[in-house]
Design a protein around this ligand. Structure first.
Ligand code: FES
Length: 112
């Protein structure tokens, strides 16, 4: 039950991330972001493989204009939402670093 978990492991409620949208987090000294697509959650470190800097320029905006790809605002690298793999841009062939998590009672919980 979520109520018994230390607060530290709970990232947010599923409802905090809009369908087809994304959200950034500062979690335990790390920058992360989550994407929700067709009800599924994808969670990555907010660090572009190109320069190791955060991807977004605008808060909580990690997707391209179509909403179908993760996009780094710095130099336009595009990443597959489901895998984090970069398919266009200066870090083509590299990938975002995923984080392990599970869903517990409607909450995203980081797996430690
Ligand atoms: S820092 Fe992300 S594409 Fe350059």
């Amino acid at each position: 039950m979520t109520a018994n978990l230390p607060d530290k492991t709970r990232l947010c409620s599923l409802a905090d991330i809009p369908e087809g949208g994304s959200k950034g987090f500062n979690y335990d000294g790390r920058k992360l972001f989550a994407v929700k697509q067709r009800g599924k959650i994808y969670l990555y470190q907010n660090s572009c493989p190109h320069l190791g800097i955060p991807l977004e320029w605008v808060e909580d905006q990690f997707l391209d204009s179509s909403g179908c790809m993760i996009q780094c605002a710095n130099h336009g690298a595009l990443f597959v939402i489901e895998t984090g793999k970069c398919v266009a841009g200066p870090c083509n062939g590299r990938a975002l670093i995923p984080l392990n998590f599970h869903i517990d009672d409607g909450n995203i919980v980081i797996s430690t």
